[in-house]
Design a binder for this molecule. Structure first.
Ligand SMILES: C[S@@+](CC[C@H](N)C(=O)[O-])C[C@H]1O[C@@H](n2cnc3c(N)ncnc32)[C@H](O)[C@@H]1O
Length: 231
């Protein structure tokens, strides 16, 4: 059995990002280090870097999220980035969309334990909630290559909304390689952004893909409806 001890030291950046909700963030990290590892949601080798590499790295994405909106976090796994966002931004409502039962059960346990009334857990694949859930912001980390993520995530966005994909250092190359697929999926602009460089040892890279402010209506996007309209 592989045991790594959880270091209870809280980084200064965590105090800055979570403010008066720091206690809740600490409890979330304790969950990741204990039940998260026991339930197989996070590898034991991640324990020494839970704050830097996971929780803080995700929390800095908050600066891209407007006030008082709904956020859909697709492929949430152990709640990343959805739970750090909900913890540092109590104005947000967050739905964690995750298909795997064990992960959903763990997320329910943690959300209940932290008393996060503004967070819901939805057991589903992103594709299954299209038409049911829509939001101005969809987030994802380590879920799929950008073009596939765009196919899953962009249909969940309201007009003018943005998909925020937390990516690694090769984000620029991925954006170039997947540009055509992202456009086909409805992306009208794609930017690579660096966040948290003042706070973190390693800044977070986010790819922001926006959809257009107006979507074609059903009537004008279907050839048969267009023909009927011309008559
Ligand atoms: C590698 S994990 C990443 C989890 C978390 N976002 C993180 O950064 O630690 C990928 C997650 O995406 C979920 N997933 C895979 N396909 C999905 C889909 N079509 N819709 C929503 N979630 C999906 C998996 O069940 C898994 O929990």
């Amino acid at each position: 059995m592989f045991h790594v001890k959880h270091d209870p030291t809280v980084p200064a950046a965590a105090e800055q990002l979570f403010g008066d909700r720091l206690d809740l963030a600490v409890r979330y990290v304790e969950h990741l280090a204990s039940t998260g590892v026991e339930w197989g949601l996070i590898g034991p080798r991640e324990i020494p870097r839970l704050w830097e590499r996971h929780v803080l790295n995700c929390a800095v994405v908050a600066e891209l999220v407007p006030q008082d909106v709904l956020v859909l976090d697709v492929g949430s796994g152990a709640g990343l980035p959805g739970l750090p966002l909900a913890l540092c931004r109590p104005d947000l409502r967050v739905v964690l969309v995750e298909p795997l039962l064990r992960r959903v059960e763990w997320l329910d346990l943690v959300v209940d334990d932290l008393g996060l009334d503004a967070v819901q857990v939805r057991r589903a694949r992103a594709e299954e909630v299209v038409g049911e859930l829509t939001a101005p912001v969809v987030t994802a980390r380590a879920v799929a290559p950008l073009d596939r993520l765009a196919r899953w995530g962009l249909p969940l966005l309201e007009p003018g909304g943005a998909l925020l994909a937390v990516k690694g250092r090769t984000a620029e190359q991925e954006v170039t390689a997947t540009a055509a697929g992202v456009r086909r999926a409805g992306g009208v602009s794609t930017e690579v952004l660096t966040l948290g460089s003042q706070l973190l040892d390693e800044a977070t890279t986010v790819v922001r893909v926006r959809v257009g402010a107006a979507r074609p209506s059903v009537a004008t996007s279907r050839p048969r409806a267009r023909r009927a309209a011309r008559r």
